[in-house]
Write a protein that binds this ligand. Structure first.
Ligand SMILES: *Cc1c(COP(=O)(O)O)cnc(C)c1O
Length: 376
């Protein structure tokens, strides 16, 4: 018989989701738009303090609308964190902008403010900056925001992985001119698929809702003065989100427990470092990650293979965008010469199973398999 699968990060439902979905069924509100959508937007805005939020079909859709609202146009330069998932950057390309990739720093694995300054020297007039809070660890977002303000360039904050994480007590996703969240299947809360665009300015968020519903002008006949999109979240999906949001606190606590368990279990193995924490913030610990000392004789691939034999899911670190074939023509800016931080983390790192349904026995098995690889 096959062993039970241990997941990287899979959906966890609680029952409250069903209640909101049932309400939608009972009232026939199964279309996009409806009370769950409106309430989910309000509840997320209240929780994060982001101001206003528009519920959309995905985080990628939210990023795309952020690009449009930031005024990103064909041929514009967009400065983007290299160490991230491709969805952070693809929407800039939908608008035919040209990404220039920026290296990470060691302390949070996110956009290096020093490299961002260099990027601004080389490209003084980018249309936007895209910073990420990778794996739920807050970036040095105040420095990044300061640099953007000095240059008068909009900051798009990709908080897809970091819902609930804070920097200096403020929620990630609320620092930029635009923030985006994702509720994809493996994120800290999920609606099966969905996203949110957040901004302080209610007019911008209203504009996002307008563009997301086919950009129909306020006329009796179907009239359009803009290219529109079908990006709105459905009222059914928003019901799942409302139920999930009630349990985000539990998810955060459990994710932190998992991170700490790994950290403590590998304390005596000096070849292993856990992903760094920003001392100015509180991560949401979406995924626990580790890096291995170069030349220690153990590779991330070996650990991933060891765990795969026991049907345990792991994942490599995101392959940096400046190393992707599709972005081979794009420039890359790093603060120091030599191996970039983004590539170094990619080469030496992996993501550990961080599913909040992992049992103590699951955690013990994962930890013992990794320790065995180091002869412990
Ligand atoms: C998941 C993710 C996205 C995209 O969100 P979707 O809801 O899957 O479209 C964007 N950026 C990052 C960093 C992500 O991890």
């Amino acid at each position: 018989m096959e062993r039970k699968r241990i997941y990287l990060s899979s959906p966890t439902m609680h029952g409250d989701e069903q209640r909101f979905v049932q309400e939608a069924f009972d009232t026939n509100w199964v279309a996009p738009l409806g009370p769950n959508v409106n309430e989910f937007e309000k509840e997320l805005a209240a929780y994060t303090g982001c101001g206003y939020a528009a519920a959309l079909s995905s985080g990628t859709a939210a990023l795309h609308l952020a690009m449009i609202l930031a005024g990103v146009n064909q041929g514009d330069i967009v400065l983007a964190q290299s160490l991230t998932f491709s969805a952070s950057v693809n929407p800039a390309c939908y608008e035919k902008a040209v990404p220039v990739f920026v290296d990470s720093e060691q302390e949070t694995w996110n956009m290096d403010p020093a490299a961002l300054r260099l990027a601004f020297e080389k490209y003084p007039h980018p249309a936007a900056v895209i910073a990420v809070h990778l794996y739920g660890t807050p970036a040095k977002i105040d420095e990044i925001r300061q640099i953007c303000r000095e240059h008068g360039v909009p900051l798009i904050e990709d908080a897809a992985e970091s819902l609930g994480a804070t920097f200096k007590g403020q929620m990630t996703g609320t620092f930029g001119d635009f923030g985006i969240y994702s509720f994809n299947g493996n994120k800290i809360i999920t609606t099966s698929g969905g996203g949110m665009l957040a901004a302080k300015d209610p007019a911008l968020v209203e504009r996002a809702r307008f563009l997301a519903t086919q950009a129909r002008d306020p006329a009796r006949h179907y009239q359009h003065s803009n290219i529109g999109y079908n990006y709105r979240m459905s009222n059914l999906v928003a019901g799942v989100g409302r139920g999930q949001l009630l349990h985000l606190g539990e998810h955060l606590a459990r994710k932190q427990e998992i991170y700490r368990q790994y950290r403590d279990a590998f304390k005596d193995i000096e070849e292993i470092s856990m992903n760094p924490m920003n001392p100015d913030g509180e991560a949401n610990n979406w995924l626990s990650c580790m890096t291995l000392t170069p030349g220690c004789g153990v590779t991330p691939e070996q650990i991933m293979d060891d765990l795969a034999e026991y049907n345990i899911e792991t994942r490599p670190i995101w392959k940096p965008m400046h190393l992707q074939p599709v972005f081979a023509q794009c420039d890359f800016i790093q603060a120091k010469e030599g191996l970039s931080v983004a590539q170094d983390v990619f080469d030496r790192g992996l993501c550990l199973p961080s599913d909040i349904k992992n049992t103590p026995e699951d955690m013990e098995l994962i930890i013992s398999l990794i320790r065995r690889r180091f002869g412990k």
